[in-house]
Design a protein around this ligand. Sequence first.
Ligand code: 3H9
Length: 692
Amino acid sequence: MSDPVTLTRYDDVGLITIQSPPVNALGQAVRAGLLARLKDACNDPSIAVLVVTGAGRGFSAGADITEFDKPPQSPLLGEVIAAFEASARPTVAAIGGFALGGGLELALGIRYRIGFPGARLALPEVNLGLLPGSGGTQRLPRLIGADAALDMITSGRHVMADDALANGLVDAIADDLDEAIALARELASAGERPADWAEAPVAASNAPFEAYAERMKRRRRGFPAPMRCIEAVRAATRLPLKEGLAWERKAFAELKASPESKAQRYVFFAEREAARVKGISRDTPTRQVTHAAVVGAGTMGSGIALCLADAGLQVTVMESSEAALARGLARIESIYDAALAKGRMDKAERDRRLARVSGTVDMAAFANADLVIEAVFEDMAAKRNVFQRLDKICKTGAILATNTSTLDVNAIAMATGRPEDVLGMHFFSPANVMRLLEVVRGAQTADDVLATVMRFAGQIGKLPVCVGVCDGFVGNRMFMSRNQEALSLIEEGALPSQIDRVLTDWGMAMGAFAVMDLAGTDVGWRIRRAREAKRDKREPYPFTVADRLALAGRHGQKAGKGWYRYEPGSRTAIEDPEVTAMIEAVSREKRIQRREIGDDEVLRRCLWQLVNTGALLLEEGIAQRASDIDMIFLNGYGFPAFRGGPMYHADQTGLDRVLADIEAFHALHGERWRPAPLLRHLAEAGRDFADV
Ligand code: 3H9
């Protein structure tokens, strides 16, 4: 293996280069290499200035996250940074690409920083449930002030080179390495850090710690790291550097050992794993997608069009009438106008994005589209009709996708003479906001079609997860099983407010009933009506209250009343005695003796329904891996990242305990709780979902 850190001489400048693909993570070999090359350089009397840089895509992506579950190996990053800080030679970091986490911390221990255009600097540890643990929380506030440091450290956001120059994070911008080396000589002659750099705590007259803490408590409920980040910056305003570093080291170790950080680190790797489709190699050729088209300009279709235009694609939207098209285009325009009004984009950007969207009522306009996404209403005949027409019009090689959330993608594909070009792209609403994309692989979908859409999804900022064909795919099938359990719980004695409180206190973004009110109780009711004929009448029917709400016009937030009541113009859910009375009446009619249901039972029944259904999906091959299911729940259903996901949470709980609960529920509540064979098999073998 080649040396991960090299030293090259350019006259009196020694260039230390980190070259550890793919991202120059600071693993043990790199840390040891940095120390060794620093020593070599300091022992070379002909070297007057040291420049540190990264080869390849960036300076460094920070500590090697894969090492966090192993015992620390010397030299520690803090020691390496201290050695650079104490170096006998002036030091300059030349930063191209990314300098993230420990990578930026290394650069902060170096006397000067030069950025190349396009460089991105960040301390994103908070996203891994951590705080910067190698001096970032102490050195950054000393460099750019407590306010700016607080913002960077609690948000993890990337600061671009120009902004970094403006706030003092970098000292200069250079176009290339030659210029950086010349600039390094100049900077080095400017002298060392002032003597009081380390001793004086940073001034914090404006640092709004309390306000930040309040905001974090609300926005990052359940995540311990953001609060610790705030405390760390505050420590920098109170303590000399040495003491601040010791405080930070301790807090970092505590967070690293926390279940929340372990879960967030799992999520980091699970997201990247999700992009891989089993059986399809990374070098599968992909098709070019530059011109996209969307059939249907309703809420979903226009959201998809926005998402494509945001990503820089030309997109043609089709509707069946001029009036419907005008409404769809107006919806798109109004969303861009709202973004403009909120200062999220300037007028020029709004105009650019809007100009990428064109409308038509004639499908012939799709003749040259590379990708067509169908988003008409959820009806098999309507969808098959669209695909028959697309088959006649679209060019050879065009990818034809359906946004169905429940229908059989194979049956839709068979409406065309080219089922190998057809697959599902299940966006979540609002499509321009939600990150999840279930990519549904049909029985005949060609490998290159799937590979293209998985890659394309990443390009348009989505997290693609490949799933197989079944009713509801992965996300909705699990979600339905959880909701059905919540509905059974209210017939037995719980109330919507209790269930929602238990779920949100546990970390879910929204409760089950609040979500039903947001989606509209009429939506589920219509789906149930359409499927009534196929329903197994021997199974209990927990939707009686839900049906009555829909029939009574209690359609949720949009009607001002559903499972809850809403004051005009407010989204705050208020418990409604009328609904309680309806629930109690249904329990009476079904001769169910209502009982006090403990919060713990509510939680376990809601969670283990997800897990048992997830196990079935794994077994059936609809989901490729348990971590994919977790990514679907995190990114599409508001599952808290600090819990990792339902399957990860089950693994952490112990599958034997989960199985014991499910067996007990099975005995009490019947078939819907029959343990998935895979769950039983794993639990009995002492294995986890992660092993599958
Ligand atoms: C830290 O620094 C703690 C310190 O404060 C204190 C220490 C004491 N380690 O994302 P990609 C892998 S915490 C190990 O697909 P992109 C990644 O898994 C760290 N591996 O590419 C993937 O592997 P594979 C703070 C890492 O172009 C491959 O590299 N830093 C690391 O979309 C390519 O990654 C961060 O949180 C790592 N640090 O994005 C930055 N980073 O091919 C985390 C990446 O096998 N990294 N890998 O799937 C990122 O944000 C993105 O990876 C980056 C590239 C922007 C760099």
